[in-house]
Ligand binder design. Structure first.
Ligand SMILES: Nc1ncnc2c1ncn2[C@@H]1O[C@H](COP(=O)(O)OP(=O)(O)OP(=O)(O)O)[C@@H](O)[C@H]1O
Length: 335
């Protein structure tokens, strides 16, 4: 089932092309949309919401064409929630008043709007504070109000534009947990943007990476982080073998295995199941202690670093979405 589809979608402003022939097919679940600042993430969301027309190409949301006219646009808004990137909350009203208002705007009757508001604010973790004016809230609380107003009319899909912006590491973790639960508890599909690839690794079922308005990669998170056929092996030293790692490497190479070393870790190419036995027997035969022998998993960021070396666009443009997005230093979840 397709939740969001775009076909050759472009958006040109007088001085910049924000989206450039973007073709996407996104299914249900949590999808992370990653790209550096200016990659075109917000532009894509605005087109999908019908707030901004595309220059070229087509797009549909929940099977509805975003350019089909006002009746379809209204139908999309009924089914879709939107959490904008920038601060957009009125400071003088309380979270309850604001979210009730947004629920009423979405067409809910007064009683249902009040009930849904109470439930949604509780779900995002706002309790007694919900009666105080929003102007006195912390950034984390404001982000929660923005999330609540996107969810209050029980949409099938929400667009969350940089929901972790401005949050400290604990606040980020909480927000990412909440986003995950939006899908697992309510079955709502999520398109969440970030310029940090690492933080979407844990939260998303699917990751789409764009750079300069173009699609760089779209695949399921498990494809990104799939287990490779490489074993990571670490051993102790002994009196007989003061450099156990080097000794084991020599022994395994002698047994015909492909090995690379990274400090005390040996990466052994596990061509088949027998490789485990060969390594175990070699370690036991040498009398070394086996600290670890495990299948190596790729992290998303690692795969992008590999891709960067091959990708012609990146090589040409230098400071790109993937290099920025893959920067593990920027994300508390990258390691
Ligand atoms: N209304 C506009 N007029 C002119 N240029 C625009 C407009 N909106 C966006 N752009 C440009 O289009 C490009 C994509 O912007 P967009 O906001 O979609 O990026 P983004 O990936 O969401 O980045 P950010 O995280 O910084 O918002 C940028 O170069 C931006 O300057």
């Amino acid at each position: 089932m397709t939740v969001i589809a775009t076909e050759n979608l472009s958006k040109r402003f007088p001085r910049v092309t924000a989206l450039d022939g973007l073709t996407l097919d996104i299914g249900p679940g949590v999808t992370g949309l990653v790209g550096a600042n200016g990659a075109g993430k917000s532009t894509l969301i605005k087109i999908l919401l019908g707030l901004s027309p595309a220059s070229e190409g087509s797009a549909s949301v929940l099977g509805l064409d975003v350019a089909a006219g006002s009746a379809t646009a209204a139908a999309i808004r009924e089914r879709v929630g939107y959490m904008p990137e920038h601060d957009c909350l009125p400071p003088d009203v309380s979270a309850t008043e604001f979210v009730v208002h947004m629920a009423r705007m979405s067409g809910l009757p007064a009683t249902a709007a009040r009930e849904r508001t109470a439930d949604t604010l509780r779900h995002v973790g706002l309790y007694e504070e919900r009666y105080r004016p929003i102007g006195g809230y912390s950034t984390g609380m404001k982000q929660r109000v923005k999330l609540a107003q996107a969810l209050v009319h029980d949409p099938q899909l929400v667009f969350l534009d940089e929901p972790t912006n401005g949050l400290d590491p604990v606040g980020r973790d909480d927000m990412l947990g909440l986003i995950r639960r939006v899908h697992t508890d309510f079955g709502i599909s999520v398109l969440v943007t970030s310029h940090l690839l690492g933080e979407l690794e844990r939260t998303s079922d699917h990751v789409v990476v764009i750079d300069g308005g173009r699609l760089l990669r779209s695949s399921s998170t498990s494809d990104f982080t799939q287990t490779t056929a490489t074993l990571a092996v670490e051993v102790t030293d002994t009196d007989a073998h003061p450099d156990g790692t080097a000794t084991l490497r020599k022994t395994l190479a002698g047994a015909g295995l492909e090995i690379t070393a990274d400090g005390r870790l040996l990466y052994v190419d596990a061509a088949d199941e027998d490789t485990y036995d060969v390594v175990r027997d070699a370690v036991a035969g040498l009398g070394l202690g086996l600290v670890r022998m495990e299948q190596r998993r790729h992290r998303i960021a690692e795969i992008f670093r590999d891709d960067d070396t091959h990708h012609p666009t990146n090589a040409a443009s230098g400071d790109t979405a993937s290099t920025t997005a893959a920067d593990p230093a920027g994300s508390p979840h990258a390691h």
